[in-house]
Write a protein that binds this ligand. Structure first.
Ligand code: P1T
Length: 379
């Protein structure tokens, strides 16, 4: 089955009692048992919920995986993955990543004895040099947040597979429509469902998709034992969002390319980060690894003046200034003070993330209006 058909139908059956085509919101905390232990497969709603089950199966199908497991946020999903490890285990993560992911690793799990190294993974040889016998997982984002760098999933997977190290890919920026890491050799795919999968800026949720039965069993155990589960109404909203994921991603990508081209020709703009531009250093890799280039763009202005960057961000009429991404409406974010503020400034700067960087989540509005908004805001 092709992507659009899977997005709309996979895992979704008409409701067995009424035939309702839309999966009902099973807003219940428990399920009545006929006799102790004699039930219909549902005991308590932290453990299982029918609306969540349908979403989990749908997510597994669109990521080409066997198991889908949902959590109350993207960080809830990350937390579950990190709980697979023991004190002394070492995890290598890409240095360009969401600030909250850095924070849970460096400021929470480090205190429980896990060891983290943050390194650039654009050159797989750098990873080879950083591995030790204690390395248990490599964690990467591609495209990265917020520099839009591309990491070669197949090349990294060849290294991790040979050494029995898990490879987790945070596929939030691409979405399953543009990239399927499991097909490229990753072991675990993680999503902030809050973003493109939900797609309408109305839900916070996370998900994991994978093929391995034993790791899926452990992650499902953690989902229930630690309790970071999404509510049924949120599962319904995401199921609805996924039905148009392919349509939205096409328009996000089309609009973002037009905007990246406009910005790269603007005399006040010094750098534009967008993998769809032929000038992007990893454009050919992105072309090979992704079906299109997505809706995220970041840029800086000549002179690197923070007050000037702030003035641009304050002047938008159509773009809204705020954290998050992946909704139908265009958003603008200041990574240094918002999404990446929890990464120390020296670390951010080592990674090339300047305080003056502006990040855009290009929505699905008319591209002409978005470009006009950028034109008036940059001046
Ligand atoms: O916000 P939450 O659903 O918990 O997801 C965390 C997360 C994980 N991975 C990536 C790549 C992300 O971008 C995020 C959340 N990011 C933002 C809120 C942001 O504006 O970048």
């Amino acid at each position: 089955m092709k992507f659009a058909t899977k997005a709309i139908h996979a895992g979704v059956e008409p409701d067995p009692t009424t035939g309702a085509i839309m999966t009902p919101i099973y807003q219940t905390s428990t399920y009545v048992q006929e006799s102790p232990g004699k039930h219909k497969g549902y005991e308590y709603a932290r453990t299982q919920n029918p609306t969540r089950t349908v979403l989990q199966n749908n997510l597994a199908a669109i990521e080409n995986g066997k198991h889908g497991i949902c959590y109350s946020s993207g960080l809830g999903a990350t937390d579950a993955i990190l709980k697979l490890f023991k004190p002394g285990d070492e995890i290598i993560a890409s240095s360009d990543l969401y600030g909250g992911t850095y924070r849970i690793m460096a400021k929470v799990f480090q205190d429980f004895g896990l060891k983290f190294k943050f390194i650039g993974l654009e050159d797989p040889a750098v990873l080879e040099a950083a591995l030790t016998p204690r390395t248990k997982m490599v964690w990467l984002e591609t495209p990265t947040n917020p520099m839009l760098r591309i990491v070669d999933i197949e090349a990294i997977a060849a290294i991790t597979r040979a050494r029995n190290i898990l490879l987790t890919v945070d596929n939030t920026f691409a979405s399953p429509y543009l990239q399927n890491p499991l097909d490229l050799g990753a072991d675990i795919v993680m999503h902030s469902v809050t973003k493109y999968l939900g797609g309408h800026s109305d839900t916070v949720m996370g998900a994991i998709v994978l093929n391995d039965d034993e790791i899926a069993r452990q992650l499902t155990f953690i989902q229930n034992a630690c309790g970071a589960v999404p509510g049924p109404q949120d599962c319904f909203l995401v199921l609805r969002g996924i039905k148009t994921l392919h349509l939205r991603m096409q328009r996000h990508s089309e609009n973002a390319l037009k905007i990246a081209r406009f910005l790269s020709e603007h005399p006040k703009v010094s750098q534009v980060n967008y993998p769809g531009l032929e000038t992007h250093p990893q454009h050919e890799l992105a072309r090979r690894q992704m079906r299109d280039f997505g809706g995220m763009v970041s840029f800086t202005l000549h002179g690197d003046s923070l007050p000037e960057a702030v003035k641009v961000m304050e002047s938008f009429q159509v773009f809204s200034l705020g954290e998050s991404l992946g909704g139908v409406e265009s958003l603008c974010t200041h990574p240094a003070s918002m999404t990446h503020a929890s990464i120390p400034k020296e670390e951010r700067e080592k990674n090339g993330l300047k305080d003056t960087l502006i990040r855009l989540s290009v929505g699905v509005e008319d591209a002409d209006d978005l470009i006009e908004d950028l034109r008036q805001a940059i001046g």
